[in-house]
Design a protein around this ligand. Structure first.
Ligand code: ADP
Ligand code: ADP
Ligand code: MG
Length: 462
């Protein structure tokens, strides 16, 4: 087993990895930016190394600085968390060349699955259903128009290097296509350094269902059930649950099987996620595979009792999976809410600042993942997610009630947050009855915000 792991990340996921390492008797070196020297993980790690100034390009994305820190501190492995370098094949390759274990799949797998069009091609070849669309990278918008006519509008233009919901544009008719193509290409070029696009039919009102996978170096691959991540704003997840309660048993079995098939086709090693969209007729299609730990991994941990970060570390050290497929049991229902420092009244604009007071909920079945404390600075340089509240209960409605209570108790002062918004969402009739798709928040978010503002006014009056 590793003696010392370098954590190349920040915030709640750095804390999550650090706690797991310490539990396993592994020392931690935190590679952090100057901005994060007073952060919680910087205070609890075994050793902290500053790798550069606040902008991520000069610190958390600084491959040479991170690798040098790992070598200087004699770390055996690097855990990249999510975002930043977690799906960067070049960095994984650098680690391999320097005999430092990258905790994730090998660089070749990251490259193959990270190129979304080539992942799509591999799945198609392996018999995993993919969304109808282009067979390769598009040469220009004329080709896009030709394929769009064949598969039928609306269509979605997607960056093959895309991630985090960026580099994607929908076109509902031929007159929108050229603009969508150029916008998606420009955004992808500036965000990912590649403007290469492919095309998929836009599935209307889909659910986002994904399956957690673990694969070890001995060739064992298992799935740990699915999550429903349909509650999204601008293609970014806000709330996730496990299991996906609306699936029939037949669909559930089929989607889990398809995910296993996908992982086997990729000869997948480490923790990974196979993402699907489910259309209104109940048909599902592969969209991409994420070759890292996900933000929403705790909901799977709560219903399976498996520590996914621990498994990731064990797999990277060459150990076999701790459990067999037949030992995976899904028990109860779990929900996660992402708490962001943002202002719902101003179109969810990020709201950085200093945390003046924090009270976290607790109790049976309530889990908090966060790195904030009174006096902590929420930096404008990074993601606005500051905490995750996860609840686990025997059934979905009980989990909802637990989440309402937990959100009601959660108190964060000093910065604006989406806590009240999430609380109201937990009372929304369509959410409760499962009548929501990935476009739900796009249509309903404003009404939910207004509802909150009106009840506040009412209270102030009375
Ligand atoms: P998850 O399925 O784990 O929620 P997300 O798409 O929300 O995945 O990504 C997790 C984090 O990583 C978010 O902070 C997101 O902004 C960031 N992220 C994901 N992919 C990329 C990428 N290719 N480039 C930059 N940031 C990314
Ligand atoms: P990213 O790499 O940015 O996570 P994904 O391919 O996973 O990109 O897509 C992000 C989100 O966009 C999905 O969760 C889903 O809501 C939506 N989406 C992606 N492809 C389609 C599609 N073909 N039809 C409808 N929605 C889609
Ligand atoms: Mg995705």
């Amino acid at each position: 087993m590793f003696k010392r792991i370098l954590i190349a990340n920040r915030g709640e996921i750095a804390m999550r990895i650090l706690r797991c390492c310490h539990e396993m008797g592994i020392e931690t070196v935190l590679a952090c930016s100057k901005e994060d020297l007073d952060s919680l993980p910087a205070q609890f790690c075994t050793k902290c190394i500053c790798i550069g100034p606040a902008p991520a390009a000069q610190s958390y994305l600084n491959e040479n600085a991170i690798l040098s820190a790992a070598k200087a501190c004699r770390c055996d492995a690097i855990h990249p968390g999510y975002g930043f370098l977690s799906e960067n094949a070049h960095f994984a390759r650098m680690c391999e060349e320097n005999n430092i274990v990258f905790i994730g799949p090998d660089s070749q797998t990251i490259r193959r699955m990270g190129d979304k069009q080539s992942a799509r091609a591999l799945m198609q070849k392996s018999g995993v259903p993919v969304v109808p669309g282009s067979g390769g990278i598009l040469t220009d918008w004329h080709e896009a128009a030709r394929i769009a006519r064949k598969v039928g509008y609306p269509v979605l233009l997607k960056a093959t290097a895309g991630g985090g919901g960026r580099g994607m544009r929908a076109a509902h008719n031929p007159s929108e296509l050229r603009r969508a193509y150029e916008d998606a290409q420009a955004e992808a070029q500036s965000a990912f350094g590649s403007g290469a696009l492919y095309l998929e039919k836009l599935i209307e009102h889909p659910r986002h269902i994904e399956v957690q996978i673990l694969g070890d170096t001995r060739g064992n691959i298992i799935q740990l059930g699915e999550r429903d991540c349909s509650m999204q704003r601008r293609n970014q997840k806000l709330m996730e649950e496990a299991p996906a309660s609306l699936l029939s048993n037949f669909q559930r079995t089929a989607i889990r099987r398809a995910a296993l098939k996908a992982a086997r086709a990729a000869h997948y090693i480490s923790a990974g996620t196979v993402e699907f969209v489910l259309d209104q007729k109940g048909k599902f299609y592969f969209i991409e595979m994420n070759t890292r730990i996900q933000v929403e991994h705790p909901v799977t941990e709560m219903v399976t009792g498996v520590d996914l970060v621990r498994e990731q570390i064990r797999i990277a050290a060459g150990l076999p999976l701790s459990l067999k497929q037949s030992e995976v049991r899904i028990c109860g229902h779990a929900i996660e809410c992402r708490i962001n420092a943002e202002d719902p009244a101003r179109n969810f604009m990020p709201a950085p600042g200093e945390i003046s007071f924090v009270h976290f909920p607790g109790g049976n079945g309530v889990r908090v993942e966060s790195a904030i404390y009174p006096g902590a600075q929420i930096s404008p340089y990074y993601d606005s997610m500051i905490a995750k509240i996860i609840v686990h209960a025997p059934g979905r409605l009980e989990a909802v009630r637990k989440m309402r209570a937990a959100l009601g108790e959660l108190t964060i002062e000093g910065v604006k947050t989406n806590i009240s918004f999430l609380y109201l969402l937990m009372h929304n009739g369509d959410y409760l009855s499962g009548r929501f798709d990935t476009g739900f928040l796009g249509r309903q978010a404003k009404a939910i915000v207004r509802w909150g503002e009106e009840s506040l006014k009412h209270r102030q009056k009375s």
